[in-house]
Design a protein around this ligand. Structure first.
Ligand SMILES: Nc1ncnc2c1ncn2[C@@H]1O[C@H](COP(=O)(O)OP(=O)(O)OP(=O)(O)O)[C@@H](O)[C@H]1O
Ligand SMILES: [Mg+2]
Length: 250
């Protein structure tokens, strides 16, 4: 039975792989679906966390996101490539929640995936609109899928905002709640906010760090700069300092 699941997965991956023309992207597929990762997916299928991996949604810097199905509805599955560990080490070093990580790349990616899982949980507990985290196993994170059968929810940068003031208030709520969770997102921008059913959702929280992190303050200010720039561009004039003050004050 498990052997059959594995074969099915492998043939599906192969069908995506041969469809991509770009050599770089094909390499990405080889990296993301290494043997260990296929076994991890097989486990998630055997324990019914998911039923099938349906299709790729995105190829990012450190991970790939796929739409998956489960008996309870659609899911998003983010798979961290074990080859992309270099980009992330600076975020883990200095985080008091993750002391003494050894040099093992695979282990580092497991820690990274579990860090995103924990950050999602902590944000969700504080009422931040984030995808609901379901399960994290090794380098694979399973969360709720934002989108319809027609496709995944668009990133904010690709959305024409009809009511910028309303969006600003909704964003401010989320930013204040992240602050109440004593976390700094660390990569906040119109790329890492999805718009689903007219509401903003914060995503990509793997690099989020607690206030205690030595770079927390610097990354908070960078987040505020990015978002103030974005909102000013769509007509809600706000300075980074003003935004930071309102986020802290909430
Ligand atoms: N829960 C979700 N539901 C639907 N789509 C999602 C979900 N999570 C992520 N995506 C899609 O996948 C893309 C990449 O996700 P994310 O930013 O978390 O990964 P990443 O590997 O860090 O990517 P990047 O390096 O491009 O920032 C998102 O921009 C979005 O389009
Ligand atoms: Mg992203």
């Amino acid at each position: 039975m498990d052997e059959k699941v594995l074969r099915l997965l492998e043939s599906k991956v192969e069908s995506w792989r041969i469809r991509v023309k770009d050599a770089e992207e094909r390499k990405t597929y080889d990296e993301v679906f290494d043997h260990r990762t296929l076994l991890t997916l097989q486990k998630l299928i055997s324990n019914s966390t998911i039923e099938t991996i349906d299709y790729p949604i995105s190829t990012g810097k450190e991970g790939n996101v796929f739409r998956a199905s489960s008996v309870k509805g659609p899911r998003a599955v983010k798979i961290y490539r074990t080859s992309s560990f270099r980009r992330i080490s600076k975020y883990i070093e200095g985080d008091p929640r993750f002391p003494r990580i050894s040099g093992n790349r695979r282990r580092l990616m497991y820690i990274w995936a579990s860090k995103e899982f924990r950050n999602l949980n902590r944000m969700a507990t504080h009422g931040v609109r984030v995808p609901k985290p379901y399960r994290c196993l090794e380098n694979v994170l399973v969360m709720s899928y934002l989108g319809s059968t027609r496709g995944a929810a668009p990133e904010l940068r690709n959305v024409e905002v009809d009511d910028p003031d309303r969006l600003f208030e909704l964003f401010l709520q989320d930013a204040q709640r992240i602050h109440q969770a004593k976390l700094v997102h660390g990569d906040l921008s119109e790329y890492n906010i999805l718009i689903w059913r007219r509401l903003p959702y914060i995503i990509d929280v793997g690099q989020a760090v607690p206030f205690k992190h030595p770079h927390a303050e610097e990354w908070f200010e960078r987040d505020m700069q990015n978002m103030a720039r974005y909102f000013t561009k769509i007509g809600v004039e706000v300075s980074p300092e003003d935004l930071a003050r309102r986020v802290r004050g909430g």
